[in-house]
Design a protein around this ligand. Structure first.
Ligand code: NAD
Length: 265
């Protein structure tokens, strides 16, 4: 195998354009597509990912912040972290990639999006069937009793323990996301597995495929005989078994899908 050449022979790193053209072709005729997205889907909307060189976890360690321990033992840091993420979210809008996926759904070719993102940008772009398997930053609830609260509560600065937003039951109000070590929403996860079992192709966009169980969905797709396409800036552990690997930017590449249609009509 040549250095930098994909083992399937379908893709050569030096010839990214060919892979990109093939992906766009496939997407314009696929019938039952499922898309798995990660933080890389939203970096072009101004939201940093976790593991890229300038990702969030280069500045903060996940085990320090996105955990139940942090909520109770380092609450000021915990609330400052999520407040800064909510501020970024207020300034973020769906990008051309989010919009292209919403369009594919409208055309009846995309069955659902399984997302690890907590930013709500797929729904904001018009996608209807979105499975948020890591929850949503656009929701908040009481950690103790589960009662829903407005996420606006999490935008206020917490500078002392008395400033922690509290439910009438006394429990702390927290973001509606899955923290490290917590169980994923089982209903959304089961629906994701079912969708992948029934798809013709799984398109993976902007995820390092380092976090399970999301990272097990590409293998499930392969086991069920579906095609596997990967669009990511950096290599992933599943590149070697994928039918097509495009090393590119999500919004830039998927945005071409809409532009190609515009030039057609
Ligand atoms: P990750 O940081 O591990 O991986 C992101 C991947 O996307 C990297 O491999 C990177 O090369 C690639 N990438 C970055 N910009 C890209 C672009 N423009 N186009 C294509 N690829 C690009 O993120 P992950 O795999 O989603 O990790 C999962 C965790 O990240 C989840 O817990 C998720 O909740 C959390 N997260 C979500 C958001 C968000 O909702 N926007 C932001 C940060 C982290």
């Amino acid at each position: 195998m040549n250095r930098g050449t994909h083992s399937n022979g379908d893709f050569e790193y030096r010839d990214g354009r060919r892979a990109e053209e093939r992906l766009l072709e496939e997407l314009s005729r696929v019938q039952r597509l499922v898309v798995l997205t990660g933080a890389g889907m939203s970096t072009e909307s101004g939201l940093p990912d976790f593991r890229s060189p300038d990702g969030l976890w280069r500045k903060y360690r996940p085990e320090e912040l996105a955990t139940v321990e942090a909520l109770f033992e380092r609450p000021l840091l915990f609330y400052a972290f999520y407040r800064s993420r909510l501020e970024l979210l207020d300034r973020a809008a769906p990008n051309a990639g989010h919009r292209a996926l919403a369009q594919l759904e409208k055309e009846g070719r995309l069955r659902c999006i399984v997302t690890q993102n907590v930013d709500g940008l797929h729904t904001a772009a018009g996608s209807r069937r979105v499975l948020e398997i890591h929850g949503s930053l656009r929701k908040a609830h009481c950690h103790t009793c589960g009662r829903p609260h407005s996420p606006e509560l999490l935008k206020r600065p917490v500078t002392s323990l008395s400033g922690i937003p509290r439910c009438p039951c006394g429990g702390p109000v927290r973001p509606g996301i899955v923290l490290f070590g917590e169980l994923l929403p089982q209903e959304a996860l089961a629906a994701a597995v079912e969708a992948v079992q029934e798809c013709d192709a799984l398109l993976v966009v902007g995820t390092s495929l380092a976090v399970y169980p999301a990272a097990s969905l590409p293998q499930l797709a392969r086991d069920r005989g579906a095609r596997l396409w990967i669009l990511n800036l950096e290599p992933t552990p599943y590149d070697a078994v994928a039918d097509l690997v495009v090393r590119g930017k999500a919004a830039e590449v998927l945005g071409k899908l809409a532009r190609e249609r515009d030039s057609f009509f």
